[in-house]
Design a protein around this ligand. Structure first.
Ligand code: GRF
Length: 207
């Protein structure tokens, strides 16, 4: 295995975002890391869905937006890795990317692959995090930005933001409250990673 990437890079990082749908977290990353930003810029957006609003958002921001089909995971990952190399990408951000990547992909991008999940992990991983939270009767939920490993929503946590679960909340009401903090948390977590302010010892880094 190659040596882990050390942050800060000493130059602006090149970010790719993988998104499957609406792309509101992508929008917050595009806003935080535009072309010419000293810390990082989003240079590539990839979607497994041709009709994803995320692709429109990227194009509107002047960022390369590519639909990469998912006939099989291996096909998607081979094409995506080709694009990531071609665009010199340093860090991949998953933002509403509704597919599971292989252990091979997550190992290749270890320490440089980030996700946002709409719960306070390790609680409520996987699908329908808000429905799970409501069903469990918790008083607090939130979002987690974490490095991606081979498990489902299981990698090292970079940061979390909490919101209250209010009486009468359904999954939709909770989702809206959590989404608002995701939009602040995701760029903040990427900043922590890229500046070297947050490090994970298991990746061979020293703090
Ligand atoms: C977000 O809540 C994200 O945490 C989850 O899916 C949603 C995607 O929203 N994984 P958007 O596409 O970023 O608007």
């Amino acid at each position: 295995m190659s040596a882990p990437t050390r942050f800060p890079l000493g130059r602006p990082a090149r970010l790719a975002v993988f998104a499957s749908g609406r792309g509101s977290n992508l929008q917050s990353l595009l806003h935080a890391f535009p072309a010419g930003h000293e810390l990082a810029s989003v240079v590539l957006v990839v979607s497994n869905r041709p009709d994803a609003t995320a692709l429109d958002r990227a194009r509107a921001a002047g960022v390369v937006a590519v639909h990469v089909p998912w006939p099989t995971r291996a096909d998607f990952e081979a094409a995506a890795n080709g694009l990531l190399s071609q665009h010199g990408v340093d860090v991949v951000c998953l933002a509403g990317f509704m597919r599971l990547l292989s252990a091979g992909f997550t190992e290749r991008w270890a320490g440089r692959l980030v996700n946002v999940h709409p719960s306070l992990l390790p609680d409520f991983p996987g699908l329908d995090a808000h429905g799970q939270a409501i069903a469990a009767g918790v008083k607090e939920s939130g979002c987690t930005v974490h490095l991606v490993d081979a498990g489902v929503d299981s990698g090292p946590v970079i940061l979390q933001r909490k919101v209250p679960v209010l009486p009468g909340d359904d999954a939709e009401a909770l989702a809206g409250r959590v989404l608002a903090v995701e939009h602040e948390a995701y760029p903040a977590a990427v900043r922590l990673l890229l500046t070297g302010a947050w490090r994970h010892d298991d990746l061979g880094e020293t703090g």
